[in-house]
Write a protein that binds this ligand. Structure first.
Ligand code: GNR
Ligand code: NI
Length: 182
């Protein structure tokens, strides 16, 4: 188990097209375990492998681990509410015409948020860690998070979905925050 460092913009690895996983082996299982631990440590609700520097099509999601205003001690986060899922080679089969808007954030673009419009529902196929194929129609935050994560597998970031003006403002804010933290 390991908390891995998270790759942040403008790291060019975030723009790579990630490679499908062809065999679920110990390496993929270890990657999944480390990604889940890293996601919880960073208080994210999802994580794509490229965010820890691995250009493979692996995603972990746990919507329970919502970001909160107050920092919660690791020991206080009840294990019982944790329900991490690993999605291998996730693929979007269908999206709804209806859209929804969420205030999105990304662990690779720290502490910057913007409203993103995406299809409200999507049908996704994936493989689990046992090599079992699944297919499910998703809505709500799961649909948004899944689309955000699958974007990562294709080198796409949420800032690619907002206007240039909003993107430039967000990147300026990030540069300023990094400068004052340095
Ligand atoms: O923690 C995260 N929160 C979030 C909020 C709205 C839409 C998507 C996300 S995913 C993000 C973690 C992350 O960067 N995943 O790639
Ligand atoms: Ni992200």
């Amino acid at each position: 188990m390991a908390v891995l460092p998270i790759v942040e913009i403008p790291d060019p690895r975030l723009r790579l097209m990630c490679e499908p996983v062809d065999a679920i082996d110990d390496e993929v299982r270890q990657l999944s375990t480390d990604m889940i631990e890293t996601m919880y440590a960073a208080r994210g609700i999802g994580l794509a492998a490229i965010q820890v520097g691995v250009a493979r099509r692996v995603v972990v999601i746990d919507l329970q681990e919502r970001e909160t205003e107050e920092p919660v001690e690791e020991a206080e986060a009840p294990e019982a509410v944790r329900d991490p899922k690993t999605y291998i080679n996730p693929e979007i089969l269908w999206v709804s015409d209806e859209t929804s808007r969420y205030q999105e954030g990304c662990l690779s673009i720290p502490e910057q948020y913007a409203e993103v419009e995406r299809p409200a529902r999507c049908r996704v196929a994936w493989m689990d860690l046992d090599g079992q194929r699944h297919e499910e129609e998703m809505g709500g935050l799961l649909a948004t998070c899944m689309q955000h994560e699958i974007d990562h597998l294709n080198g796409v970031l949420f800032i690619d979905h907002i206007t240039r003006l909003k993107r430039d403002m967000l990147l300026k804010k990030l540069a300023k925050a990094r400068k004052s933290a340095a």
